[in-house]
Design a protein around this ligand. Structure first.
Ligand SMILES: C[S@@+](CC[C@H](N)C(=O)[O-])C[C@H]1O[C@@H](n2cnc3c(N)ncnc32)[C@H](O)[C@@H]1O
Length: 312
């Protein structure tokens, strides 16, 4: 794979102790190699089905966390505005190239562990294939909850450690880690699979009320994908997705939750919040110096820079 597509670890010098390591996709050809070749047409299609089922058809301001190159963004067409947030500037440059510049899209490079928005700003959020890279899921979910308004919808996808393949491999002695235990498993550096019960617990502890669970990608097996017609596999997966309400044994699980409990409400035209000192900042579409700490936050190529110590 070009650039090996294996994201490297990026650490922030300033906030090294405070925020966990980020799995960097800077310069990665993830979209091109993982999705655009068509090899994962099945996974892409069944994720589309799940999103259609879980996302409100319409809404005002949506936050797409770990948006990458914007693969899913067109699926949120009924939302008035979408903020695409990713730690990787090169992923967002690709997203911008695909989606274009308009007042509908806001591109932001930032760390999910340090979200640069005022509290209660968003009416909805999605996080697809991204929890997978977060070592501290609890801190990430607390950050997400802070920037959501009351009753905001949160669609979270996670990689399920208790999936049938992992269970079979464990029982046959081909895999050391136990798929039934509650702790997350880091099977490759900065790549984590989670137990569904743990994710449900974390959602609850962070003021999210779980509304629905769909199991997705039941037939993620190359031999099956090669032999069975794409449309048939997608239709079967669509049917099986509903079993997620009873038990989760697929490699990917989609959850829909609603933000509950009280939280902050944004004031005036405040949109961003300095990730260093928390001072409110407007959506300026230009460089701005934080009046609180004096940090210069850049706006370049249509992308807001809010990483504290960017690698590029
Ligand atoms: C596997 S990709 C998924 C992209 C997109 N959601 C999709 O499904 O096509 C994971 C994305 O999460 C981003 N990411 C990982 N850790 C992050 C963090 N701490 N803050 C912001 N983005 C992060 C990566 O840069 C990458 O673009």
């Amino acid at each position: 794979m070009k650039n090996s597509n294996k994201p490297a670890a990026a650490t922030s010098d300033i906030h090294q102790e405070e925020t966990p390591q980020v799995c960097s996709y800077e310069g990665s050809d993830y979209q091109e190699v993982f999705w655009d070749t068509g090899e994962r047409r099945y996974e892409d299609a069944v994720e589309e089905v799940a999103l259609k089922r879980l996302m409100p058809k319409q809404g005002k301001l949506l936050l797409e966390l770990g948006a990458g190159a914007g693969r899913n963004t067109p699926r949120y067409a009924g939302w008035e505005r979408v903020v695409l947030l990713d730690y990787s500037r090169t992923q967002l440059l690709q997203a911008r190239e695909r989606l274009g510049d308009s007042s509908r899209y806001v591109y932001v490079t930032a760390d999910i562990y340090k979200l640069p928005f005022v509290g209660g700003l968003f009416d909805g959020a999605t996080m697809i294939r991204t929890l997978h890279h977060l070592s501290d899921a609890n801190s990430a979910l607390a950050n997400v909850r802070r920037v959501l308004g009351e009753d905001a919808v949160f669609v979270l996808e996670f990689a399920n450690k208790r999936n049938l393949k992992a269970i079979a491999r464990y029982l046959l002695g081909k895999q050391k880690w136990n798929p039934f235990t509650k702790e997350q498993v880091e099977f490759v550096a900065l790549n984590y699979n989670f137990h569904p019960k743990t994710v449900r617990k974390l959602l609850k502890e962070n003021q999210f009320a779980l509304k629905k669970q769909l199991t997705v990608s039941h037939f993620r097996i190359n031999a099956l994908k090669r032999r069975v017609k794409h449309e048939v596999l997608v239709a079967l997966d669509s049917l099986f997705q509903h079993t997620g309400g009873i038990i989760q044994l697929s490699p990917s699980v989609f959850t829909k939750s609603v933000a509950v409990g009280s939280g902050q409400k944004p004031e005036g035209d405040a949109f961003f919040a300095c990730p260093i000192c928390d001072t409110s900042l407007p959506e300026a579409r230009e460089n701005q110096t934080c009046p609180g700490c004096g940090h210069l936050w850049a706006y370049e190529d249509g992308i807001y820079e809010f990483r504290i110590n960017p690698e590029s």
